[in-house]
Design a protein around this ligand. Structure first.
Ligand code: ARG
Length: 463
């Protein structure tokens, strides 16, 4: 194999074929082509402005890079593994197209600061897309919650019946998680959008560059403060992975609930046909594979976070080739997060809630026991004592296999003479939810407030 035309000057022999394959990254980092061209065009313009290149040379480079972009977008670009990566492939083709001036593009730049900017642009685009998808899903959740303000659902703790809530309240809990995910991404983006271009290999450069103008041109807020840090910082990818891990954790929890709800023993939801699969042997099956897969894919997203933290651990300054391992994991996480958010929005839009089943379930499991205890407190009995009396009532009802509200008034009064007929209104789950109007509670006014707050937030983010 011949020597590499970009760095092979001091070599007499090219790399072993296996070594070339081992070090090649173009087969995946070509995903960063458009970002690399954007970064190179900003660099070329700056070189022209600063007089490092003539205006004419800069313009030739810009036009040539446009042509390379067209070839890539139209699938006509011929990728050459022996050129190692996306950067070398693009530069080599540029030089073929525009001649020797193409060899001037890399003036005052190293692949170390180049890949930094290219990857930051890619991560920035990815995170913006996740944010858009998050807004779609939040919007869907708000809409579905809006339609289920009156729907009662057994609220659980320890996965056991606890207290009745509105289904709307439950759905909105997920909307709030996703709002946090969105805001976390905004915070991360403030550190992604810092340009390292100008740091060159590690020490800066002798050319009169203007890194600020490059940053501005690519839409970034600021530039690096230290050239060593600039070329060796991958915190922004770690943070993006960490945000993705939390986001997928939230989706996996929603998935788990839908899986339970779809089980015929719950039958709280009917899965849309378009979002379920059948079994090759059991004809009755309608499986929640989409949710299972999403729950499963959460694992690989966590894995990529751990992988990158491990790649970066104990790396000395500045750039090390280890860092090339930062991309494949992120490409996979990007694909996973994007598709998961899209699929979840579609599923949530098309899920059928079986209100009657949820309502029936609220009659089981003594969800209204707290109401009885609170009622007794209202009659002047200290809470601990009220709790104890209610426990006895539950035990009695359980013995008779009936709900609390089916105990007759004599039984109640034998437990506590203060109880009167009004207890039956209190025990109605509808009363229980209506009364929970404390901050962020399940009460109708609180749910209304949440819907309004989320809608306002959504509108602000969309505009
Ligand atoms: N493909 C490399 C990466 O992704 C680009 C930077 C290579 N720099 C170098 N000096 N070998 O990290």
């Amino acid at each position: 194999m011949g020597t590499n035309q970009s760095w092979g000057g001091r070599f007499t022999d090219g790399p072993d074929r296996l070594v070339a394959e081992y070090t090649d990254s173009q087969h995946y980092d070509r995903a960063l082509s458009l970002q690399d061209i954007r970064a190179s065009q900003a660099h070329a313009r700056m070189l022209g402005r600063q007089g490092v290149l003539s205006q004419e040379e800069a313009e030739t480079l810009l036009a040539g890079l446009d042509r390379v972009r067209c070839e890539i977008e139209e699938g006509r670009f011929i990728w050459r593994p022996e050129l190692e990566d996306v950067h070398m492939n693009i530069e080599a083709r540029l030089t073929e197209l525009v001649g020797d001036v193409g060899k001037k593009l890399h003036t005052g730049r190293s692949r170390n600061d180049q890949v930094g900017l290219t990857f930051r642009l890619y991560v920035s685009d990815a995170l913006s897309l996740w944010q858009e998808k998050l807004l779609d899903l939040v919007e869907t959740l708000i809409a579905r919650a809006d339609g289920e303000r009156e729907t009662l659902l057994p609220g659980l703790t320890h996965f056991q019946p606890a207290q009745p809530i509105y289904l709307a309240h439950h759905l909105l809990a997920y909307a709030w998680m996703l709002v946090r995910d969105y805001n976390r991404l905004s915070d991360t983006l403030s550190r992604v959008r810092i340009s390292p271009l100008g740091a060159a290999a590690l020490a800066g450069t002798t050319y009169p560059l203007d890194p600020e103008s490059v940053a501005k041109e690519v839409g970034f807020a600021s530039v690096y403060q230290n050239s060593l840090d600039a070329v060796s910082d991958r915190d922004f990818v770690c943070e993006a992975h960490s945000d993705a891990a939390l986001l997928m954790m939230h989706l996996s929890r929603l998935c788990e609930e839908i899986i339970c709800w779809a089980n015929p023993n719950f039958a709280f939801v009917s899965l849309p046909d378009a979002y379920s699969t059948g079994s090759s042997i059991m004809p009755q099956k309608k499986n929640p594979d989409v949710c299972e897969l999403m729950r499963g894919k959460t694992g690989r997203v966590y894995g990529h976070l751990m992988a990158l933290l491990t790649v970066m651990k104990a790396l000395p300054l500045a750039y090390n080739r280890d860092m090339q391992e930062d991309k494949e994991g992120f490409l996979d996480t990007h694909a996973t997060v994007t598709s998961s958010l899209t699929v979840m929005a579609g599923l949530m839009n098309n899920l059928t809630f079986r209100r009657e089943r949820m309502g029936l379930a609220c009659k089981k499991g003594y969800l209204n026991a707290t109401e009885l205890a609170d009622y007794l407190v209202g009659k002047g009995i200290p809470f601990r004592e009220a709790h104890h009396i209610t426990g006895k009532a539950v035990a009695l009802a359980e013995q008779r296999a009936i709900p609390l509200e089916d105990l007759d008034i004599e039984t109640f009064q034998a437990l506590a003479p203060q109880i009167d007929e009004t207890v039956y209104t209190v025990l109605d789950p509808k009363t229980a939810v209506r009364r929970r109007e404390t901050t962020g509670g399940t009460g109708p006014k609180s749910v209304q407030k949440q819907i309004e707050a989320l809608t306002t937030w959504l509108r602000a983010k969309r505009s």
